[in-house]
Design a protein around this ligand. Structure first.
Ligand SMILES: [Zn+2]
Length: 366
């Protein structure tokens, strides 16, 4: 992996991240393909939406796909027909968010599979092994995501366990695949400082801010990102996990974040919440019943070139799967276009103006 910063604008940076399956321009937004596919979208849709990188969940792929890939000597890329870079998360977040009856030890987590009730043990070493089998371009360490709210004492215990697992993750990486550390510490600056400093000693290939977007107030999250993004190593990629409203992205870019992922474009798209440069459109609103204009007349995406708001609303009302697909296409395109505009604005020194426009368009229209 190589990471090169092309241009700086205060704390913001535009750069190029060279990975095994190609280069991505940063700041980059990774479209989420939980099970190896972005729900409802095929490879052509993603390419037409200018998607440069996907995020897949190792947790959901570890019991079948990882073994198929390993046994057949193919990468996840070949299996899912996606030849561009893939970041895999370690499964830590899903273990805690999806599973009840988890039993945590220093060695890892035992839990009941929400799919079939089987008892599964996932350790830092196993999480790395799964990601190596998948041929991931960027792997994430296995960590514990502290809930919100949580006391300082319990958050410290959780953060220390994550640090212990970070060491085990680092030591178990028998591949040359890049591995990112994840700063934890909940909403407590002093705990995040400890987490960051210990992770720096382990010398990961990139660093992420984790444990955010867990229900905390926006202001608290913004303070943590503003404070900690500039403290992550300057010459390595900086990744803000799971945060992705347009106004959150532009603020985090201004703090020096390079990588993003979030379910918002696809999940909101499936529910008729569509992003435009003037804010969001709720296609289920009756006012669009007779509106024969596209979602955004300036948008060149497949959906806007071919379908009106009225037709999308009609399809959505009929519960036709095409509605979810077309609205996801528009939102995925919007996010990739947003990142492209952000990169351009860093390079031509107009980030301040773009930031103001994005915050004004979205801040009051939550
Ligand atoms: Zn569009």
């Amino acid at each position: 992996m190589k990471f090169r910063i092309k241009k700086k604008c205060h704390n913001a940076r535009s750069g190029l991240l060279e990975l095994q399956h190609g280069s991505v321009r940063t700041p980059v937004f990774m479209t989420i393909g939980t099970y190896g596919a972005v729900r409802g979208l095929c490879k052509n849709d993603l390419e037409n939406c200018k998607t440069e990188m996907m995020l897949c969940n190792a947790y959901h792929l570890m019991n079948n796909v990882a073994n198929i890939c390993f046994d057949q000597s193919i990468s996840l890329h070949e299996y899912i027909s996606w030849d561009k870079p893939i970041l895999t998360d370690s499964g830590g977040y899903q273990v805690f968010s999806l599973s009840s009856l988890t039993k945590i030890s220093e060695e890892g987590v035992t839990f009941k599979s929400p799919q079939n009730g089987d008892t599964i043990f996932l350790s830092p070493e196993k999480a790395i092994d799964v990601q190596i089998k998948l041929g991931s371009d960027i792997m994430m360490i296995f960590d514990e995501c502290a809930k919100y709210p949580l006391s300082w004492e319990l958050t410290r215990t959780s953060m220390e366990l994550s640090l212990h697992w970070a060491r085990l993750s680092k030591n178990s990486n028998y591949s040359s695949n890049p591995l990112f550390g994840i700063v934890q510490g909940g909403m407590y600056d002093d705990l995040r400082e400890i987490s960051l400093n210990e992770l720096l000693n382990l010398n990961f290939d990139g660093y992420a801010l984790g444990g955010l977007s867990v229900g905390e107030p926006n202001e608290l999250r913004e303070d943590i990102v503003t404070n900690f993004a500039p403290k992550l190593p300057f010459d390595k990629p900086r990744y803000l996990m799971g945060v992705g409203k347009p106004q959150d992205i532009i603020r985090a870019v201004n703090s020096g974040i390079d990588m993003f992922d979030c379910v918002i474009p696809t999940r909101n798209g499936r529910n008729g919440q569509l992003f435009t440069n003037n804010g969001t459109v709720n296609i289920r609103n009756k006012k669009y019943e007779n509106d024969l204009e596209p979602i955004d007349s300036g948008c060149p995406c497949f959906t806007c070139k071919n379908y009106s708001k009225s037709m999308l609303r009609h399809l959505d009302k009929c519960n036709d799967a095409l509605a979810a697909r077309l609205m996801s296409i528009h939102n995925v395109y919007f996010y990739q276009d947003l990142m492209s505009r952000i990169r351009a604005s860093i390079e031509n020194d107009s980030l301040d103006a773009l930031s103001k426009d994005i915050i004004e368009a979205f801040e009051e229209k939550k």
